[in-house]
Design a protein around this ligand. Structure first.
Ligand code: NAD
Ligand code: LMR
Length: 341
Protein backbone atom coordinates (compact mmCIF):
# COMPACT_ATOMS: atom_id res chain seq x y z
CA UNK A 1 0.00 0.00 0.00
CA UNK A 2 0.98 3.64 -0.31
CA UNK A 3 1.29 4.01 3.44
CA UNK A 4 3.85 1.20 3.60
CA UNK A 5 6.05 3.09 1.19
CA UNK A 6 7.05 5.24 4.14
CA UNK A 7 9.76 7.71 3.35
CA UNK A 8 10.39 6.45 -0.18
CA UNK A 9 9.29 9.24 -2.53
CA UNK A 10 5.98 8.77 -4.33
CA UNK A 11 5.93 9.69 -8.01
CA UNK A 12 2.96 11.86 -8.91
CA UNK A 13 2.18 12.64 -12.55
CA UNK A 14 0.31 15.83 -13.44
CA UNK A 15 -0.61 16.13 -17.12
CA UNK A 16 -1.42 19.56 -18.55
CA UNK A 17 0.95 20.84 -15.88
CA UNK A 18 1.65 24.14 -17.66
CA UNK A 19 -2.06 25.03 -17.58
CA UNK A 20 -4.02 26.90 -14.95
CA UNK A 21 -5.10 23.96 -12.81
CA UNK A 22 -1.55 22.63 -13.03
CA UNK A 23 -0.18 25.93 -11.74
CA UNK A 24 -2.47 25.76 -8.70
CA UNK A 25 -2.08 22.02 -8.15
CA UNK A 26 1.66 21.33 -8.27
CA UNK A 27 2.56 23.57 -5.31
CA UNK A 28 -0.23 21.96 -3.27
CA UNK A 29 1.18 18.50 -3.98
CA UNK A 30 4.73 19.64 -3.26
CA UNK A 31 3.59 21.08 0.10
CA UNK A 32 2.00 17.82 1.19
CA UNK A 33 -1.64 18.85 0.80
CA UNK A 34 -2.35 15.68 -1.18
CA UNK A 35 -0.23 13.01 0.55
CA UNK A 36 0.49 14.52 3.93
CA UNK A 37 3.33 16.45 5.57
CA UNK A 38 5.76 13.50 5.81
CA UNK A 39 5.60 12.04 2.33
CA UNK A 40 8.43 12.93 -0.07
CA UNK A 41 7.30 13.48 -3.66
CA UNK A 42 8.81 13.32 -7.12
CA UNK A 43 6.67 15.33 -9.52
CA UNK A 44 6.29 14.24 -13.14
CA UNK A 45 4.96 17.11 -15.25
CA UNK A 46 3.66 16.53 -18.77
CA UNK A 47 2.52 19.07 -21.31
CA UNK A 48 2.65 19.40 -25.09
CA UNK A 49 5.28 21.04 -27.29
CA UNK A 50 3.61 24.51 -27.57
CA UNK A 51 3.67 24.71 -23.76
CA UNK A 52 7.17 23.29 -23.28
CA UNK A 53 8.77 26.61 -22.36
CA UNK A 54 6.01 27.50 -19.91
CA UNK A 55 6.39 24.03 -18.39
CA UNK A 56 10.10 24.66 -17.93
CA UNK A 57 9.14 27.88 -16.12
CA UNK A 58 6.90 25.94 -13.73
CA UNK A 59 9.78 23.59 -13.03
CA UNK A 60 12.05 26.58 -12.28
CA UNK A 61 9.50 27.96 -9.82
CA UNK A 62 9.15 24.59 -8.10
CA UNK A 63 12.92 24.48 -7.60
CA UNK A 64 12.87 28.10 -6.40
CA UNK A 65 10.21 27.24 -3.81
CA UNK A 66 12.63 24.89 -2.00
CA UNK A 67 9.76 22.65 -0.89
CA UNK A 68 11.17 20.29 1.75
CA UNK A 69 9.11 17.33 0.49
CA UNK A 70 10.02 17.74 -3.16
CA UNK A 71 12.81 15.34 -4.17
CA UNK A 72 12.71 15.79 -7.91
CA UNK A 73 10.87 17.23 -10.90
CA UNK A 74 10.63 15.51 -14.27
CA UNK A 75 9.22 18.06 -16.73
CA UNK A 76 8.71 16.65 -20.20
CA UNK A 77 6.66 16.59 -23.39
CA UNK A 78 7.37 12.87 -23.79
CA UNK A 79 4.34 10.93 -22.55
CA UNK A 80 6.33 7.74 -21.95
CA UNK A 81 8.96 9.49 -19.85
CA UNK A 82 6.15 11.25 -17.97
CA UNK A 83 4.37 7.99 -17.10
CA UNK A 84 7.50 6.02 -16.13
CA UNK A 85 7.00 4.49 -12.67
CA UNK A 86 4.27 6.88 -11.49
CA UNK A 87 2.22 5.82 -8.45
CA UNK A 88 -0.48 8.46 -8.90
CA UNK A 89 -1.59 10.10 -12.14
CA UNK A 90 -3.65 13.30 -12.14
CA UNK A 91 -4.88 13.75 -15.69
CA UNK A 92 -5.55 17.44 -16.24
CA UNK A 93 -4.21 17.73 -19.80
CA UNK A 94 -6.76 18.78 -22.38
CA UNK A 95 -8.74 21.78 -23.46
CA UNK A 96 -11.18 23.65 -21.22
CA UNK A 97 -14.57 24.88 -22.42
CA UNK A 98 -15.29 28.58 -22.94
CA UNK A 99 -18.33 30.62 -21.93
CA UNK A 100 -21.56 29.29 -23.45
CA UNK A 101 -20.24 25.77 -24.17
CA UNK A 102 -21.27 22.51 -22.50
CA UNK A 103 -18.40 20.34 -21.22
CA UNK A 104 -19.08 17.66 -23.79
CA UNK A 105 -18.30 20.15 -26.59
CA UNK A 106 -14.60 19.53 -25.93
CA UNK A 107 -15.26 15.80 -26.41
CA UNK A 108 -13.59 15.21 -29.72
CA UNK A 109 -10.31 16.95 -28.84
CA UNK A 110 -10.02 15.52 -25.35
CA UNK A 111 -11.13 11.89 -25.69
CA UNK A 112 -8.45 11.29 -28.34
CA UNK A 113 -5.83 12.43 -25.79
CA UNK A 114 -7.15 9.88 -23.28
CA UNK A 115 -7.11 7.06 -25.80
CA UNK A 116 -3.45 7.83 -26.57
CA UNK A 117 -2.37 8.26 -22.94
CA UNK A 118 -4.16 5.07 -21.81
CA UNK A 119 -1.51 2.87 -23.36
CA UNK A 120 1.38 4.95 -22.01
CA UNK A 121 -0.02 4.57 -18.49
CA UNK A 122 -0.75 0.90 -19.02
CA UNK A 123 2.80 0.16 -20.12
CA UNK A 124 4.88 2.54 -18.02
CA UNK A 125 3.11 3.51 -14.79
CA UNK A 126 3.85 1.63 -11.54
CA UNK A 127 1.72 -1.40 -10.85
CA UNK A 128 -1.42 -0.37 -8.97
CA UNK A 129 -1.10 3.28 -10.07
CA UNK A 130 -4.13 5.32 -8.97
CA UNK A 131 -5.54 7.48 -11.75
CA UNK A 132 -7.73 10.57 -11.40
CA UNK A 133 -9.13 12.18 -14.55
CA UNK A 134 -9.88 15.90 -14.21
CA UNK A 135 -10.01 17.08 -17.84
CA UNK A 136 -13.47 17.37 -19.34
CA UNK A 137 -15.64 15.58 -20.17
CA UNK A 138 -14.16 13.95 -17.08
CA UNK A 139 -16.35 10.83 -16.78
CA UNK A 140 -16.12 10.01 -20.47
CA UNK A 141 -12.37 10.67 -20.66
CA UNK A 142 -11.98 8.23 -17.75
CA UNK A 143 -14.20 5.73 -19.56
CA UNK A 144 -12.05 5.96 -22.69
CA UNK A 145 -8.90 5.60 -20.60
CA UNK A 146 -10.38 2.48 -18.94
CA UNK A 147 -11.43 0.91 -22.23
CA UNK A 148 -8.10 1.54 -23.95
CA UNK A 149 -6.03 0.36 -20.97
CA UNK A 150 -7.70 -2.99 -20.30
CA UNK A 151 -4.86 -4.27 -18.10
CA UNK A 152 -5.27 -1.43 -15.57
CA UNK A 153 -7.73 -2.61 -12.92
CA UNK A 154 -11.03 -0.70 -13.21
CA UNK A 155 -10.88 0.20 -9.54
CA UNK A 156 -7.75 2.27 -10.22
CA UNK A 157 -9.47 4.64 -12.67
CA UNK A 158 -11.62 7.45 -11.29
CA UNK A 159 -12.79 10.92 -12.27
CA UNK A 160 -13.22 14.09 -10.27
CA UNK A 161 -16.63 15.01 -8.84
CA UNK A 162 -15.21 16.05 -5.47
CA UNK A 163 -15.35 19.62 -6.77
CA UNK A 164 -19.12 19.33 -7.22
CA UNK A 165 -19.32 17.64 -3.81
CA UNK A 166 -17.41 20.55 -2.23
CA UNK A 167 -19.62 23.06 -4.05
CA UNK A 168 -22.70 21.34 -2.56
CA UNK A 169 -21.16 21.45 0.93
CA UNK A 170 -20.34 25.13 0.38
CA UNK A 171 -23.90 26.03 -0.64
CA UNK A 172 -25.39 24.34 2.45
CA UNK A 173 -22.80 25.97 4.68
CA UNK A 174 -23.55 29.43 3.24
CA UNK A 175 -27.31 28.95 3.50
CA UNK A 176 -27.19 27.83 7.16
CA UNK A 177 -24.25 30.01 8.11
CA UNK A 178 -22.38 27.05 9.63
CA UNK A 179 -18.73 26.06 9.08
CA UNK A 180 -18.41 23.92 5.98
CA UNK A 181 -16.52 21.25 7.96
CA UNK A 182 -19.74 20.52 9.87
CA UNK A 183 -21.72 19.65 6.73
CA UNK A 184 -21.47 15.96 5.78
CA UNK A 185 -22.72 13.36 3.34
CA UNK A 186 -24.08 15.28 0.41
CA UNK A 187 -23.95 13.15 -2.74
CA UNK A 188 -23.13 13.93 -6.34
CA UNK A 189 -24.70 11.32 -8.58
CA UNK A 190 -23.71 10.81 -12.20
CA UNK A 191 -21.92 13.00 -14.68
CA UNK A 192 -19.63 15.98 -13.97
CA UNK A 193 -21.95 18.03 -16.18
CA UNK A 194 -25.11 20.10 -15.86
CA UNK A 195 -27.18 16.87 -15.52
CA UNK A 196 -25.37 15.84 -12.32
CA UNK A 197 -27.70 15.29 -9.37
CA UNK A 198 -26.56 16.95 -6.13
CA UNK A 199 -28.59 15.07 -3.47
CA UNK A 200 -29.09 16.34 0.10
CA UNK A 201 -31.54 13.65 1.22
CA UNK A 202 -28.89 11.95 3.39
CA UNK A 203 -26.87 15.04 4.28
CA UNK A 204 -26.41 16.15 7.87
CA UNK A 205 -25.00 19.07 9.84
CA UNK A 206 -23.21 18.79 13.15
CA UNK A 207 -24.84 21.32 15.49
CA UNK A 208 -24.47 22.06 19.20
CA UNK A 209 -27.57 19.85 19.63
CA UNK A 210 -26.05 16.91 17.75
CA UNK A 211 -26.28 15.74 14.17
CA UNK A 212 -29.31 17.05 12.24
CA UNK A 213 -30.58 16.22 8.74
CA UNK A 214 -30.16 19.07 6.27
CA UNK A 215 -33.82 18.60 5.30
CA UNK A 216 -34.80 19.37 8.89
CA UNK A 217 -32.60 22.47 9.15
CA UNK A 218 -33.61 23.85 5.75
CA UNK A 219 -37.37 23.59 5.54
CA UNK A 220 -37.50 25.48 2.23
CA UNK A 221 -38.19 22.65 -0.25
CA UNK A 222 -38.20 25.00 -3.21
CA UNK A 223 -34.65 26.05 -2.41
CA UNK A 224 -33.44 22.47 -1.85
CA UNK A 225 -35.23 20.85 -4.80
CA UNK A 226 -34.64 23.54 -7.31
CA UNK A 227 -32.28 26.44 -6.59
CA UNK A 228 -29.62 24.47 -4.73
CA UNK A 229 -29.49 21.79 -7.43
CA UNK A 230 -29.29 24.33 -10.25
CA UNK A 231 -26.59 26.36 -8.49
CA UNK A 232 -24.34 23.33 -8.05
CA UNK A 233 -25.03 22.06 -11.58
CA UNK A 234 -24.21 25.46 -13.07
CA UNK A 235 -21.35 26.47 -10.79
CA UNK A 236 -18.63 25.65 -13.34
CA UNK A 237 -20.36 27.88 -15.89
CA UNK A 238 -20.78 30.67 -13.30
CA UNK A 239 -17.04 30.60 -12.58
CA UNK A 240 -16.22 30.78 -16.30
CA UNK A 241 -18.59 33.74 -16.70
CA UNK A 242 -16.99 35.56 -13.77
CA UNK A 243 -13.32 34.72 -14.39
CA UNK A 244 -13.39 34.24 -18.15
CA UNK A 245 -11.44 31.10 -17.26
CA UNK A 246 -12.64 27.85 -15.76
CA UNK A 247 -12.21 27.03 -12.09
CA UNK A 248 -8.64 26.27 -11.09
CA UNK A 249 -7.89 26.72 -7.40
CA UNK A 250 -11.05 24.88 -6.34
CA UNK A 251 -10.42 22.15 -8.94
CA UNK A 252 -6.85 21.70 -7.71
CA UNK A 253 -7.99 21.58 -4.08
CA UNK A 254 -10.66 19.01 -4.92
CA UNK A 255 -8.13 16.84 -6.75
CA UNK A 256 -5.99 16.81 -3.58
CA UNK A 257 -9.06 15.95 -1.47
CA UNK A 258 -9.96 13.10 -3.85
CA UNK A 259 -6.53 11.46 -3.71
CA UNK A 260 -6.10 12.05 0.03
CA UNK A 261 -9.46 10.39 0.77
CA UNK A 262 -8.64 7.50 -1.56
CA UNK A 263 -5.17 6.83 -0.14
CA UNK A 264 -5.74 7.58 3.56
CA UNK A 265 -9.44 6.66 3.84
CA UNK A 266 -12.63 8.57 4.59
CA UNK A 267 -13.46 9.39 8.23
CA UNK A 268 -15.86 6.97 9.94
CA UNK A 269 -19.51 7.68 9.17
CA UNK A 270 -18.82 10.00 6.25
CA UNK A 271 -18.57 9.51 2.55
CA UNK A 272 -17.38 11.49 -0.45
CA UNK A 273 -18.35 11.51 -4.14
CA UNK A 274 -16.13 9.98 -6.82
CA UNK A 275 -16.64 9.08 -10.44
CA UNK A 276 -16.01 5.32 -10.51
CA UNK A 277 -16.81 2.35 -12.72
CA UNK A 278 -20.41 1.31 -12.07
CA UNK A 279 -20.94 -2.28 -10.92
CA UNK A 280 -24.70 -1.91 -11.35
CA UNK A 281 -25.25 -0.41 -7.88
CA UNK A 282 -28.45 1.67 -7.68
CA UNK A 283 -29.46 0.30 -11.09
CA UNK A 284 -26.78 2.26 -12.96
CA UNK A 285 -25.58 0.61 -16.19
CA UNK A 286 -22.42 -1.36 -15.36
CA UNK A 287 -19.20 -0.05 -16.93
CA UNK A 288 -20.19 3.63 -17.03
CA UNK A 289 -17.96 5.98 -15.01
CA UNK A 290 -20.64 7.42 -12.73
CA UNK A 291 -20.31 9.51 -9.58
CA UNK A 292 -21.44 7.62 -6.48
CA UNK A 293 -21.13 8.15 -2.74
CA UNK A 294 -18.06 6.14 -1.71
CA UNK A 295 -16.12 5.36 1.42
CA UNK A 296 -12.42 4.51 1.23
CA UNK A 297 -10.34 2.17 3.33
CA UNK A 298 -6.86 0.67 2.79
CA UNK A 299 -6.48 2.53 -0.48
CA UNK A 300 -9.70 1.18 -2.00
CA UNK A 301 -13.04 2.86 -2.58
CA UNK A 302 -16.39 1.15 -2.22
CA UNK A 303 -19.81 2.41 -3.19
CA UNK A 304 -22.07 3.16 -0.21
CA UNK A 305 -24.90 0.62 -0.38
CA UNK A 306 -28.49 0.59 0.78
CA UNK A 307 -29.39 4.29 0.64
CA UNK A 308 -33.13 4.88 0.17
CA UNK A 309 -33.84 6.50 -3.18
CA UNK A 310 -37.12 8.35 -3.64
CA UNK A 311 -38.90 8.91 -6.93
CA UNK A 312 -37.51 12.43 -7.39
CA UNK A 313 -33.95 11.16 -6.97
CA UNK A 314 -34.52 8.08 -9.16
CA UNK A 315 -35.54 10.24 -12.07
CA UNK A 316 -32.55 12.54 -11.73
CA UNK A 317 -30.08 9.66 -11.29
CA UNK A 318 -31.40 8.01 -14.45
CA UNK A 319 -31.31 11.22 -16.44
CA UNK A 320 -27.60 11.77 -15.78
CA UNK A 321 -26.88 8.05 -16.48
CA UNK A 322 -28.65 8.44 -19.82
CA UNK A 323 -26.42 11.39 -20.69
CA UNK A 324 -23.33 9.30 -19.85
CA UNK A 325 -24.49 6.48 -22.12
CA UNK A 326 -24.99 9.05 -24.91
CA UNK A 327 -21.56 10.59 -24.26
CA UNK A 328 -20.02 7.13 -24.56
CA UNK A 329 -21.60 6.71 -28.01
CA UNK A 330 -20.46 10.19 -29.02
CA UNK A 331 -16.90 9.55 -27.81
CA UNK A 332 -16.65 6.37 -29.86
CA UNK A 333 -18.01 8.10 -32.94
CA UNK A 334 -15.45 10.93 -32.53
CA UNK A 335 -12.61 8.39 -32.17
CA UNK A 336 -13.85 6.55 -35.26
CA UNK A 337 -14.00 9.76 -37.32
CA UNK A 338 -10.43 10.53 -36.29
CA UNK A 339 -9.24 7.03 -37.20
CA UNK A 340 -10.82 7.49 -40.63
CA UNK A 341 -9.05 10.84 -41.00
P1 NAD B 1 -5.57 24.96 -19.43
O1 NAD B 1 -5.87 25.12 -20.87
O2 NAD B 1 -5.14 26.12 -18.62
O3 NAD B 1 -4.47 23.81 -19.23
C1 NAD B 1 -4.54 22.59 -19.88
C2 NAD B 1 -3.13 22.18 -20.25
O4 NAD B 1 -3.20 20.89 -20.87
C3 NAD B 1 -2.46 23.14 -21.25
O5 NAD B 1 -1.20 23.55 -20.75
C4 NAD B 1 -2.31 22.28 -22.50
O6 NAD B 1 -1.14 22.59 -23.24
C5 NAD B 1 -2.23 20.89 -21.88
N1 NAD B 1 -2.48 19.80 -22.82
C6 NAD B 1 -3.24 19.78 -23.94
N2 NAD B 1 -3.15 18.60 -24.55
C7 NAD B 1 -2.33 17.84 -23.81
C8 NAD B 1 -1.83 16.51 -23.94
N3 NAD B 1 -2.16 15.75 -24.97
N4 NAD B 1 -1.00 16.06 -22.99
C9 NAD B 1 -0.62 16.83 -21.96
N5 NAD B 1 -1.05 18.09 -21.80
C10 NAD B 1 -1.88 18.59 -22.70
O7 NAD B 1 -6.88 24.27 -18.79
P2 NAD B 1 -7.25 24.13 -17.25
O8 NAD B 1 -8.09 25.28 -16.85
O9 NAD B 1 -6.06 23.77 -16.47
O10 NAD B 1 -8.24 22.87 -17.32
C11 NAD B 1 -7.79 21.60 -17.70
C12 NAD B 1 -8.97 20.64 -17.90
O11 NAD B 1 -9.62 20.39 -16.65
C13 NAD B 1 -10.05 21.19 -18.83
O12 NAD B 1 -10.53 20.12 -19.65
C14 NAD B 1 -11.12 21.66 -17.87
O13 NAD B 1 -12.40 21.70 -18.48
C15 NAD B 1 -11.04 20.58 -16.81
N6 NAD B 1 -11.64 20.87 -15.49
C16 NAD B 1 -12.25 19.85 -14.83
C17 NAD B 1 -12.77 20.03 -13.56
C18 NAD B 1 -13.45 18.91 -12.83
O14 NAD B 1 -13.99 19.16 -11.74
N7 NAD B 1 -13.49 17.68 -13.30
C19 NAD B 1 -12.63 21.28 -12.95
C20 NAD B 1 -11.99 22.32 -13.63
C21 NAD B 1 -11.49 22.09 -14.91
C1 LMR C 1 -15.83 23.05 -13.44
O1 LMR C 1 -16.76 22.37 -13.02
O2 LMR C 1 -15.51 24.14 -12.94
C2 LMR C 1 -15.02 22.53 -14.59
O3 LMR C 1 -15.57 21.33 -15.09
C3 LMR C 1 -14.82 23.53 -15.66
C4 LMR C 1 -16.07 23.74 -16.46
O4 LMR C 1 -15.98 23.72 -17.69
O5 LMR C 1 -17.13 23.95 -15.87
Amino acid sequence: SFLKMGKEPIRVLVTGAAGQIGYALVPMIARGVMLGPDQPIILHLLDIEPAAEALEGVKMELIDSAFPLLEGVVATTDVIKACEGVDIAIMVGGFPRKEGMERKEVMSKNTSIYKAQASALEQHAAENCKILVVANPANTNALILKEFAPSIPEKNITCLTQLDHNRALGQISERLNVPVRDVKNVIIWGNHSSTQYPDVNHATVITSNGKKPVRELIADDYWLNSQFIATVQQRGAAIIKARKLSSALSAAGAACDHIRNWVFGTPKGTWVSMGVCSDGSYGIQPGLIYSFPVTCQNGEWSIVQGLKINEFSREKMDETAKELAEEKELAYSCLKDQANG
